[in-house]
Design a protein around this ligand. Structure first.
Ligand code: 1HN
Length: 354
């Protein structure tokens, strides 16, 4: 009793109390005081609940093959293990904007044709003999191939071969869902009618000529598959001439051959060769970045935490967390990376620093 009297005597408490009563009152009219939340909304530096994390391929592969016993690709629609950021579990997010997962397709299986507003990319990890059919092009999947499935592109996968095939899927679905603009559609036919042979779009659009009259305005690449066997020699050329970035190594950006833009309006990707002994300088940027190891081994220190990586491991650097790459293995390393940088750049909000 006496405490309550003392509280009331304190003018600060009176202000707090009357503020609380005021907040309660306006809440009933769907109003809230900005001044109580402003500092959380407009932070002086990027803030993320996401954590740096790494998934070892050996462990993921083991669990993936067990998934092959637990469920068929047909039942699952897509047999994918979601890479969940430990900073925000249960949301199917590897960064705030991106979904990532590892997909397995067993010999004889197909993953039926569908389309959705979210765009996808695949980076092939292990196994041979599978294909993905995207927009009528049937593309074989080989280690290190980078394959795009643009917004609303029909796509189905199959494995007529004899080995399990696994790849990394990354989708921009949390960007689409942020806008609450998701549509999806399943086709009556389980597999698309294929009318373009393997490699057609790469040869047609990405070898220095373009079909005459091709419109120059396009927000996505017409190339379906950027094959590793064509990309790796380009990295070797950069290395040979010393075109090696101190942070990223000898790096190419996957480009739209029509206008040099990103492969997709929402997601962009790079492939980097880090020479043997490479010790990178620190880097950070506002695009949380997913890395996948195509070759070699090393360690990436993210926000002071070391993550040791080898072939097919996946790791993530959250927005504005500083990272440095180092090659520790006996040869060069090759890192694939993907982020929402094109989406941020088109909005004018992308930043990078040391
Ligand atoms: C999807 O359609 C695929 O087509 C993979 O392989 C992963 C994750 C969420 C939603 C759709 C695919 C997916 C997905």
């Amino acid at each position: 009793m006496s405490m309550a009297t003392a509280d009331q005597a304190n003018p600060k408490h009176n202000i707090q109390g009357s503020r609380q009563a005021y907040y309660e009152k306006i809440k009933g009219y769907n109003l809230a005081p900005l001044w109580e939340v402003l500092r959380g909304l407009v932070t002086p530096e990027p803030k993320s609940q996401m954590q740096p994390a790494l998934w070892k391929f050996a462990q993921v592969e083991k669990y993936m093959l067990e998934a092959g016993d637990v469920i068929t690709a047909e039942e699952a629609e897509r047999r994918v293990l979601v890479l969940e950021n430990p900073g925000d579990p249960g949301k199917s997010k590897i960064t705030n904007s991106l979904f990532a997962g590892i997909q397995l397709i067993m010999p004889g299986e197909i993953a039926e044709a569908h389309q959705h507003t979210a765009s996808a990319i695949r980076f092939v990890l292990k196994g041979e003999g599978a294909y993905t059919a995207v927009e009528g092009e049937k593309s074989s999947m080989e280690h290190g191939d980078f394959i795009i499935t643009a917004n609303w592109a029909p796509h189905d996968h199959g494995n007529p071969g004899s080995e399990p095939v696994m790849w990394l899927d990354v989708l921009d679905m949390h960007i689409v869902n942020h806008f609450q603009a998701s549509f999806a559609n399943h086709f009556d036919e389980k597999m698309q009618n294929v009318n373009h042979e393997d490699g057609d779009s790469f040869e047609r659009f990405a070898t220095g000529v373009l079909p005459d009259g091709m419109p120059a305005v396009t927000n996505r690449s017409p190339v379906i598959n950027y094959p590793y066997r064509k990309m790796k020699p380009i990295l070797d050329r950069l290395k040979k001439t010393g075109d090696i970035d101190k942070r990223h190594g000898a790096r190419v950006r996957y480009a739209n051959p029509i206008n040099g833009g990103p492969v997709l309006p929402t997601m962009g990707a790079h492939l980097a060769l880090l020479p043997k002994g490479f010790k990178g300088e620190p880097y950070r940027s506002t695009d949380g970045t997913v890395f996948c190891v195509a070759e070699g081994s090393g360690v990436t220190v993210i926000d002071g935490q070391p993550f040791e990586w080898g072939g097919n491991d996946v790791f993530v650097a959250p927005p504005w967390k500083r990272y440095t790459h180092e090659v520790t293995g006996s040869g060069d390393a090759v890192l694939f990376s993907i982020s929402d940088r094109p989406a941020q750049e088109s909005l004018g909000i992308w930043r990078e620093g040391q």
